[in-house]
Design a protein around this ligand. Structure first.
Ligand code: NAI
Ligand code: MG
Length: 352
């Protein structure tokens, strides 16, 4: 097949991990006889430096005509306040402009990495959960105001915003263990009470085969590290999902392991590791690229419909990890870690 893929390396370790992602995409195209056109564009801090804005119109236009977008990470101390424009604004604007309301974050710790996690191996056994985070609503997109001595962030959700993300999560649950946990703070927040009522209705009317449970976000934070294997699909609002997935990343040994897919009404999606730009290790070739490589697998599956190719990437990643191809964030002290590029090479060598 032919596909146009926008590549936005971004800042910090973004370009280093994305380079391994593009090597992998080229290798997949070659082995499986596809033609992927990869077009790079500036986004985030690099775009601010070059053009004054984190999401230049040319970058957005490229993304809008692409079949999929592969992104690294954005941000860094250089653009922290008092700088007026922030790289993260570009990412929020891009997600919004592409209508990417459902952010899929699978967490399936590799057995070979159980030792790298801060949790006990017996807690990690059998963990295979998927967090579906609402991505274009809630407090990150509400009205903001700052006066001299007070600040204000509004959290707003409409019924329609809840309906579509719950539908997406329930459809995914249907192809898995058919268990959905909806996470909210309905004992305190009005948006959460709406969330809960709408979720109840959507599942009752459209997904009677799905078992729905509600959990308050603070309790969920606890259960995620106490009994993570019990979860199948978790659906939650924007900020709760942001926080819970950093926590869930610890199940897999490192935040560098987790991929994500952001999807909307059509097939065009945005794929990125869940970590940030890790400025303190940027430019040293030591960043873990597995989250990006697994994001490439999600891109192949969700935007291009290439299930066989996606599996081949996942198998190659699993086999590299089994073989001990690990970066510094994953190795026990005393073991020599591999660099970012070595991991890319190890995965390419195992691509069926
Ligand atoms: P971070 O995810 O960049 O780093 C957290 C910790 O994990 C650091 O110790 C870092 O060295 C380590 N780490 C992250 N990714 C890694 C990888 N692939 N391999 C090895 N170690 C890795 O989060 P932090 O430090 O809170 O934020 C740094 C910058 O990134 C900030 O400017 C923040 O706004 C931005 N950020 C951007 C995101 C995005 O582009 N989607 C998401 C989160 C943060
Ligand atoms: Mg986050």
């Amino acid at each position: 097949m032919k596909a146009l893929i926008a590549v936005l390396p971004g800042d910090g370790i973004g370009p280093e991990v994305v380079e391994q992602g593009t090597r992998l995409l080229r290798a997949v195209a070659e082995r499986f006889g596809h033609s992927f056109e990869l077009v790079e564009a500036p986004m985030g801090g690099v775009a601010i430096d070059r053009t004054g804005t984190p999401l230049p119109p040319e970058t957005l236009a490229l993304c809008q005509r692409s079949d999929a977008v592969l992104l690294g990470a954005v941000g860094g101390p250089k653009w922290d306040p008092p700088a007026k424009v922030r790289p993260e604004q570009g990412l929020l604007a891009l997600r919004k402009a592409l209508g990417l309301y459902a952010n899929l974050r699978p967490v399936a710790p590799f057995p070979a990495l159980h030792e790298a996690s801060s949790l006990k191996p017996e807690v990690l056994r059998g963990v295979e959960l998927l967090v579906v985070r609402e991505l274009t609503g809630g407090i990150y997109f509400g009205e903001k105001r700052r006066d001299e001595h007070q600040a204000f962030d509004a959290c707003v959700y409409t019924e329609e915003e809840v309906v579509r993300v719950v539908r997406a999560a329930a459809s995914l649950a249907r192809a898995r263990r058919k268990r959905l946990t909806s996470v909210d703070k309905a004992n305190v927040l009005e948006t959460s009470r709406l969330w809960r009522a709408v979720t109840e209705r959507v599942i009752r009317e459209e997904f009677p085969d799905i078992e729905l449970k509600h959990l308050l976000v603070d309790a969920c934070a606890m259960h995620l590290i106490r009994r993570p294997a019990d979860f199948d699909v978790i659906v939650t609002e924007n900020m709760f999902g942001d926080i819970l997935t950093d926590e869930a990343a610890m199940l897999s040994g490192s935040i560098g392991m987790l991929p994500s897919a952001s999807l909307g009404a059509n097939r065009r999606g945005l794929y990125e590791p869940i970590h940030g730009s890790a400025p303190e290790i940027a430019g040293r070739g030591v960043a873990n690229p597995y989250g990006t490589l697994l994001s490439v697998a999600m891109l192949l599956r969700h935007s291009l419909g290439l299930e066989q190719e996606a599996r081949a990437v996942e198998v190659a990643v699993a086999s590299s990890i089994e073989a001990g191809a690990l970066t510094a964030d994953l190795v026990p002290s005393g073991v020599r870690p591999l660099g970012t590029g070595d991991i890319g090479t190890a995965v390419l060598a195992r691509l069926g």
